[in-house]
Design a protein around this ligand. Structure first.
Ligand code: NDP
Ligand code: 8X3
Length: 251
């Protein structure tokens, strides 16, 4: 039977690449994001499967509830929820960071992910099958200067994923957390408020992960046999690794 995936943040980067790969594999899709033209473009592009698009800001609880309550009969059973919508804003140290930007990250990466999960999970538990794949980050496990609230939102995503598994134990529903490192998408353009030069500098001289790399990881996780739960997958490009602890020396 044809499966259906709901992908948040499908208008760009990882979400878009996942939409393309899952369509190629024959999955029907529910695609959401705030940019309507991009959703329409995807709708025109992905012609081999049934695609339902919804303009939805995941920060808005009622919009999320309406999106899920308003799914057409053809898309009402969600087999896979990919909680991908998210963003980082700024890279300033905590004492200089913009509190409004912190709130947007919390509202999107934490509260938005909570809203979509809470709206979709009951039917998965009721049907005794389904899979939630959350988009975490290496920033959820590893601190770096300027990651402050962004990294903390992704730590939430990691622990929420684990706790979901504990809650729905025995239901047959799977939960996974994908934790990518450096990957080129619109992520840095968003982080630096549209400053393309600053964004390009992040990837200069590197071979970062691509959205396709992440889509293939997500698809692999989704395609395991139903008795296998991949708890978490951390993926970095070869050019990325850890640094020693920073030691401040006097004098
Ligand atoms: P992009 O900026 O390319 O894509 C982000 C997507 O999220 C867009 O489709 C955007 O759609 C959507 N989005 C943002 N805010 C909202 C909102 N309020 N409501 C609905 N959709 C929203 O970045 P990536 O593809 O790189 O990021 C995807 C996820 O991966 C994020 O959660 C990010 O934190 C995470 N990640 C990214 C890494 C990277 O280095 N690129 C590494 C690790 C994790 P629209 O603007 O149309 O609403
Ligand atoms: C995105 C990866 O290292 O910029 O989550 O935080 S990083």
């Amino acid at each position: 039977m044809t499966k259906t995936a709901l992908i948040t943040g499908a208008t760009s980067g990882f979400g878009r690449a996942c939409a393309e790969l899952f369509a190629e594999k024959g999955w029907n899709l529910v695609l959401c994001g705030r940019r309507e033209e991009r959703l329409q473009e995807l709708h025109r592009q992905l012609t081999n499967v049934a695609v339902h698009t919804v303009v939805c800001d995941v920060r808005d609880r009622s919009q999320v509830e309406e999106m899920v309550a308003g799914l057409p009969e053809s898309h009402v059973q969600i087999d896979l929820l990919l909680n991908n919508a998210g963003l980082a804003l700024g890279l300033s140290p905590a004492h200089e960071a913009d509190l409004d930007e912190w709130e947007v990250m919390v509202d999107t990466n934490i509260k938005g992910l909570m809203y979509v999960t809470r709206a979709v999970l009951p039917s998965m538990v009721e049907q005794g099958t389904g899979h939630i794949i959350n988009m975490g980050s290496v920033a959820g496990s590893w601190p770096y200067p300027g990651a402050n609230v962004y990294g903390a939102t992704k730590a939430f995503v990691e622990q929420f994923s684990n706790n979901l598994r504990a809650d729905i134990h025995g239901s047959g529903v799977r939960v996974s957390n994908v934790e990518p490192g450096l990957a080129e998408s619109e992520f840095s353009v968003v982080r630096f408020q549209g400053d393309q030069q600053k964004a390009n500098a992040v990837y200069e001289g590197t071979e970062p992960l691509t959205p396709k790399d992440i889509a293939e990881t997500v698809y692999w996780i989704a395609d395991r046999p139903p008795h296998v739960n991949i708890n978490r997958v951390e993926v970095m490009p070869v050019c990325q690794t850890w640094s020693p602890f920073a030691i401040h020396r006097q004098g």
